[in-house]
Write a protein that binds this ligand. Structure first.
Ligand code: ATP
Ligand code: MG
Length: 296
């Protein structure tokens, strides 16, 4: 193992001292994004990994809130029938229009399903268990992979960024998200099986690029639940960096119980514990994505 992934290491080089981040590149704080002159049309980013529990929903909620905090207009789409994104932002998706209704009737105005959250600048289109029927209902539709793209096209002018929180599967819903997206963000949990299945995910993205959405880009691989105190976590991150190089975002999300606590409270971490390192990490992720051009 190289010294580069041993947490945040200091490498003394003569008089200059270079602080290395956990991915082994020099640490950067990333500048506060400049205010936007105008808004929209949104860049659409799908958060995908068919492995469960890697931090897709946590990242969608907290990145969305962080970007809203920087004055971006953000729409988060709950694209998982479990409705964890909706619940994590204290939205009760019962008896309200959901993303499922929009998929079933693409003539409907998607604004009907938008819910404002208590975070200024952050809106959500919720989901509930109805969405689990979508794959069956949509399978016989014409152009079944482009249904979400057609829904989002109508609402994209209202936002600067749309984040789509995918379910842990590579089924038709995820293919819809990848077809609608300009970019894809892959959260990877820093644990032993992190890379298992990632080849299949990359293959799926490549197929979508080839057949449905030639412009889709990999916006980044985000290491989550990183614990710099364990050799294991550091080794996994090193392997992820070996596999993805500079596509691994410099911002790494540490493991902390603050996330489950924040979810229970229905608040993003940036509101629940704004001073906590975890809130600061998502703010930094937002700045990094702006610096990389993934978000306006
Ligand atoms: N950095 C973290 N540190 C500790 N716990 C975390 C962290 N990120 C997420 N969690 C917790 O891990 C669990 C799974 O996270 P999350 O729901 O974001 O994953 P997911 O990829 O969306 O899961 P699913 O595939 O089921 O949709 C949640 O209980 C969440 O609170
Ligand atoms: Mg989830």
């Amino acid at each position: 193992m190289s010294a580069s992934t041993k947490g945040t290491a200091k490498a003394a080089r003569g008089a200059d001292e270079v602080i290395l981040g956990p991915t082994g590149r020099p640490y950067q704080g990333f500048a506060t994004p400049p205010k936007l002159e105008g808004h929209g049309p949104a860049r659409i980013i799908a958060l995908c990994n068919q492995k469960g529990g890697v931090g897709k929903t946590t990242t969608t909620i907290n990145l969305a809130a962080a970007l809203a905090g920087y004055g971006r207009r953000v729409l988060a789409i709950d694209f998982d029938p479990q409705g964890a994104l909706s619940a994590g932002l204290a939205i009760q998706p019962h008896d309200v229009p959901t993303i499922y209704d929009l998929l079933l009737d693409t003539k409907r105005d998607p604004r009907e399903a938008v819910v404002h959250t208590r975070v200024e600048g952050l809106d959500v289109i919720p989901a509930n268990i109805d969405l689990s029927a979508a794959e069956v209902h949509l399978v016989n539709e014409v152009a079944r992979e482009t249904i979400l793209a057609r829904v989002l096209r109508k609402i994209a002018p209202d936002y600067d960024v749309i984040l789509v929180d995918c379910q842990p599967s590579l089924g038709l819903l995820t293919v819809n998200a990848l077809t609608a997206a300009h970019g894809v963000l892959i959260p990877l949990e820093c644990e032993f099986f992190a890379l298992r299945g990632v080849a299949l995910l990359i293959e799926t993205i490549d197929k979508v690029r080839d057949r449905l959405n030639p412009a889709i880009e990999l916006d980044g691989v985000l290491a989550t639940m990183y614990d710099p105190r364990t050799l294991h976590s550091r080794e996994v991150l090193e392997r992820v960096v070996d596999a993805f190089g500079d596509d691994v975002l410099e911002t790494v999300i540490g493991r902390t119980v603050k996330f489950p606590d924040a979810s229970v409270s229905g608040m993003p971490i940036t509101e629940f514990a704004p001073e906590h390192a975890a809130a600061q990490a998502y703010l930094r992720l937002a700045r990094e994505l702006v610096a990389r051009g993934a978000v306006a």
